[in-house]
Design a protein around this ligand. Sequence first.
Ligand SMILES: Nc1ncnc2c1ncn2[C@@H]1O[C@H](COP(=O)(O)OP(=O)(O)OP(=O)(O)O)[C@@H](O)[C@H]1O
Ligand SMILES: [Mg+2]
Length: 346
Amino acid sequence: MGPGANRPVRRRQSAAVDGPSSTAPIRTRALTKRYGERIAVDALDLEVRAGEIFGLLGQNGAGKTTTILMLLGLTEPSGGGARVVGLDPSRHPLEVKRRVGYLPDAVGFYGNMTGRENLRYTARLNGLRGADAEVHIETVLEQVGLTDRADGRTDTYSRGMLQRLGIADALIKEPDVLILDEPTASIDPIGVIEILDLLRRLARERGMTVLLSSHLLDQVQSICDRVGIFASGRLIGVGTVAELATKFGDGAAHLDATFVDGAPDPSAALRAIPGVIDVARDPADGTWRIAVRPATASTRVREAIVEVAGRNGLRMTSLREREPSLEDIYRAASRAIARPHGEVAA
Ligand SMILES: Nc1ncnc2c1ncn2[C@@H]1O[C@H](COP(=O)(O)OP(=O)(O)OP(=O)(O)O)[C@@H](O)[C@H]1O
Ligand SMILES: [Mg+2]
């Protein structure tokens, strides 16, 4: 038998992955990974669009790293397929690696070399040399905030510094697609803000497509255009935070109101407004949290609150709608899949 003996199978697989919107830089069809009896990734259909920041969100063991390894051709799928920058990673892993920046969950560098030397090594592997490479290395070091320590050996780096060097390393080849496994793990709070700002800039200014995994809801919420909620190897919801809120939310809108110090208790007046289903004062900052159902009544209820506050001499200082947190959504989504078959949602 010739080398083409197994081609028809491959081709069928390709056709399945190349759907109608086949321009998406990352897409998977029924991508599956089994480890013995355990299914780490279960028939994943994912599409990350050009120029967006997509967050793969899930708890420990959800299958995030396994998915990323399959996208990079670092582990072989048990079923289904993927296309990354148009390539099948299990057939063209080197080419995918050349074109996609990757930050692994545990970065490794040559400890006896400096940060700059490590980046120079990566640059050379990617065909970048000489003055151009040096200028570029300087730029990425600055971008990740590592200029000061660039000439120290990496075995003297803290974990956060190694993580930053890992991001710099992923940026060296100026990729169109960046895949980051827990990019802010072990980075301090100020550093997290800097890194997230950097990723946002790369997406906005350079049109880079970013896929990142995280279990940190607030970070994903602050930076991602869309998120995929991953649980037990399955994608249980994809969309903007607002879309997921509608899908998994409690059907209520949430308003926050504040009043001047010493104002009378507004709760009775607020509760009397049709559509208001709950009023509670947040002891932390004194904000009144007002739940409205249905959520579509929120504009009308806001107008009524302004009117009621005026009529009752309650001097309101602010009134705004609060986006549901991804954490609320995540909990609701996890509950939705945990619900036994046949049980009907309330
Ligand atoms: N090499 C392996 N051999 C056997 N099982 C594995 C292997 N790698 C991962 N798994 C299993 O696959 C599942 C998914 O693991 P994965 O590392 O993809 O999760 P994750 O979402 O990245 O979790 P974390 O947030 O902890 O990084 C887990 O149950 C894990 O134990
Ligand atoms: Mg992981």
